[in-house]
Ligand binder design. Structure first.
Ligand code: ATP
Ligand code: MG
Length: 271
């Protein structure tokens, strides 16, 4: 609605995980390089955790866009599935046509796929988002997938991504074997205070802003203290505030505008 008024190509603060808007904060940059390193060096299991709305899914999508054609990927975002269905959706996401829907056959097909890809010099990466929802037993099955390896290297890089509960889950005694195989464990913390302003202007620029939309320093301070640096919350506040600024026909997103938007958001959560 406010897009035309501000001369923007698209809405700058959508809450979708569009990788085109990726802002490489120091923590996102570090997470991305850990992932790229783990994949390149065929480290097997990798784990990424982060608070709700910290940017995990966005980071995964950005990672996918940075991998070359010799890396075959599957991205599972609905991980709360029974074991067989999860296996099946992994195969299908790799583009494998499932022949028989039983465990032995699914494992065999996956193994053949991995060996085939290896023979072409390709790397295979599986990303499982929302992995905190996976049942312990299914996580154990996923560990079995990582047994598909040659003497020399891991055929398969598996990235488990999830909210902080994932970390607790993986620390449970039942998953000791899996935990021992995780080569990289990285936690995405929220944006730092000094990064919030850069984040906001980055998203505005990607959306087509020529720099005439202003968030004064006290507005930024307020956004930081309310959001704790969580990108999704920043987006919610900024989106609401831009709408309010549009209604007032101003390009200055002042502190009162921010405060009003925050009050409305808080009201919305209480209701
Ligand atoms: N580094 C970033 N650069 C640009 N936008 C980001 C970044 N991190 C998060 N966002 C934005 O914040 C919102 C939430 O991000 P995302 O969905 O990736 O979080 P999440 O950690 O996967 O959340 P959840 O725990 O709910 O799955 C999205 O709109 C996303 O575009
Ligand atoms: Mg997510």
């Amino acid at each position: 609605m406010y897009r035309e008024f501000f001369g923007l190509k698209e809405k700058p603060f959508n809450v979708t995980s569009d990788p085109n808007f990726l802002f490489l904060s120091h923590i996102h940059k570090e997470a991305l390089s850990h992932l790229l390193y783990g994949i390149k060096e065929k480290k097997g299991f990798l784990e990424i955790t982060g608070e709700i709305g910290a940017g995990k899914t966005t980071l995964c999508r950005a990672l996918l866009s940075r991998l070359d054609k010799n890396t075959k990927t599957a991205f599972i975002f609905n991980s709360n599935l029974p074991e067989l269905q999860l296996l099946q959706s992994i195969l299908e996401d790799f583009g494998i046509t499932v022949i028989r829907k039983n465990k032995v056959s699914l494992f065999k097909q996956l193994n053949n796929f991995l060996i085939e890809e290896m023979s072409h010099g390709n790397n295979v990466v599986l990303i499982i988002d929302e992995a905190q929802n996976i049942k312990t037993r299914v996580l154990e099955e996923i560990r079995m997938l990582s047994n598909l390896e040659t003497d020399k290297e891991k055929l398969f890089q598996i990235i488990l991504v999830g909210q902080p509960e994932l970390k607790n889950k993986l620390d449970s005694p039942a998953l000791k074997q899996l935990r021992q195989r995780i080569a990289v464990r990285f936690h995405i913390s929220p944006l730092e205070k000094g990064e919030v302003e850069k984040y906001i202007y980055h998203r505005l620029t990607v959306a087509g802003s020529k720099g005439d939309i202003r968030f004064p320093e006290d507005s930024i301070e307020k956004i930081y203290s309310f959001s704790g640096g969580i990108p999704r919350i920043i987006n919610m506040v900024c989106d609401k505030s831009l709408l309010a600024a549009y209604v007032m026909e101003t390009r200055d997103v002042t502190l009162p505008i921010i405060e009003k938007s925050i009050n409305e958001l808080e009201g919305a959560t209480v209701r």
